[in-house]
Design a protein around this ligand. Structure first.
Ligand code: PLP
Length: 406
């Protein structure tokens, strides 16, 4: 009998954040265990409600949102994106160069499908948000990882980036603020990357979905604001994180810079956007309201705000555990602690995460799921309230005090 196998183009496509460990957690839940999920950056289940104005906008427009929209997205939302970026120093964006998507995820996959030919190399950070590596692989391109340096606040190692550029390199991915490390890149660092892109005629893909989640006054600089005349830049952002509506699937892609150099590429993006008709229309209506007016996320990230308090507590408690060191996050919703692999005999970080899950019913993500180079990190989501986080980290400490993998 015929076996229907997945296509060979999936051979190098990995997305382990929702992989076998999550399946094991689901099996445990089905057997009645209560699992503390510290594995996905999904604000709503942790009591982070969306701003009322966004909900009202969606509900109010439901009636008018029954049909397909323009495949780039409704005009008012695309204009709101343009106007928002004008306030951020990105001046040369045209409404026609904004594409709304079912979350940033769709626009990442779509933009790489339209771009990569076999052999094309795309520079991606390690560690990364693994959708980038997966999408380059799926598109037939080759992901090439540049190092982010833990000892230097997880900043991109520009020399390593330079060394990895070959005649086949076509683009550089920047994730800022970064998932999983929490790094927020300085203007100087971003300028160096822009200069490198200019020197080698590369496109920049700047994933800025955490742009509004920064702590302790870290300055968010948009890559496109530095690249204006020189480099084609694709900026990705959306409502999932700062506006806490990950389930509505609402994001965008904005293309700036000397777009005359990328006419064919933009046509390709348009073709793929046409083929999927349009993004979820009710959620498109939330964009204008979200970007204008009061930004309630600020209440959560400033001193006394929930997200900041939780990050501070997690950072402090992690560093108190013997055998863990952790850099502080300047942005986003995660910490990426380092494990003393010698002390714990860890050779397989996935096994470590599985052992923690089975013994303490706590689910985190192993570092290599983020294409990190060694089995010595894991990612923790800082979304639970301080009491829950505190208990979870006590349990992690207890677990590690007796842990020996080999
Ligand atoms: N980019 C990064 C860096 C992310 O962390 C995520 C989600 O966690 C996404 C993109 C996808 O976001 P969306 O919900 O808009 O698809």
């Amino acid at each position: 009998m015929a076996q229907f196998r997945q296509s060979k183009k999936l051979n190098n496509v990995l997305y382990d954040i929702r992989g076998p460990i999550l399946e094991e957690a689901e099996r445990m839940e089905a057997r009645g265990h209560s699992i503390l999920r510290l594995n996905i950056g999904n604000p709503a289940p942790f009591g982070f409600e969306a701003p009322d104005a966004i909900m009202k906008d969606m509900v109010r427009h439901l009636h008018h949102a029954q049909g397909y929209s323009d495949s780039r997205g409704i005009y008012s939302a695309r204009t709101a994106v343009v106007q928002y970026y004008q306030t951020q120093g990105i001046m040369n964006l045209d409404t026609d160069k904004v594409y709304l998507g079912n979350g940033v995820s769709e626009m990442i996959t779509l933009s790489l499908q339209a771009f990569c030919d076999p052999g094309d190399e795309i520079l991606i950070p390690t560690p990364d948000y693994p959708l980038w590596t997966a999408s380059v692989a799926l598109s037939g391109g080759t992901p090439v990882h540049y190092l982010c340096d833990e000892q230097n606040g997880w900043n991109p190692d520009i020399e390593d980036m330079r060394l990895k550029i070959t005649p086949n390199t076509k683009g550089i991915v920047i994730i800022n603020p970064n998932n999983p490390t929490g790094a927020v890149y300085s203007r100087e660092t971003l300028q160096q990357i822009v200069d490198l892109a200019k020197e080698h005629d590369l496109i920049l893909f700047s994933d800025e979905i955490y742009e509004k989640i920064t702590y302790d006054g870290a300055e968010m600089v948009h890559t496109a604001s530095l690249a204006d005349d020189d480099v084609v830049c694709l900026t990705f952002s959306g409502l999932s994180k700062a506006y806490r509506v990950a389930g509505y699937r609402s994001g965008w892609l904005a293309i700036t810079g000397p777009t005359w150099k990328a006419e064919s590429y933009v046509e390709g993006i348009k073709l793929l956007a046409n083929m999927r008709m349009c993004a979820n229309v009710p959620a498109q209506h939330a964009i204008q309201t979200a970007l204008g007016g009061y930004q309630s996320i600020n209440d959560l990230i400033l001193p006394g705000g929930r997200l900041k308090e939780q990050r501070d507590l997690a950072y402090r408690k992690l560093n108190e555990i013997d055998g863990i060191t952790c850099q502080q996050a300047e942005g986003a919703l995660y910490l990426f602690p380092k494990l003393d692999t010698e002390k714990f005999g860890i050779v397989d970080d996935e096994q470590f995460v599985l052992d923690l899950l089975k013994e303490q019913k706590i689910l985190v993500s192993h570092g290599r799921a983020f294409n990190w180079v060694a089995p010595d990190h894991f990612r923790l989501v800082t979304l639970p309230d301080t009491e829950t986080l505190s208990k979870a980290l006590d349990r992690l400490g207890e677990f590690l005090s007796g842990y020996q993998q080999v």
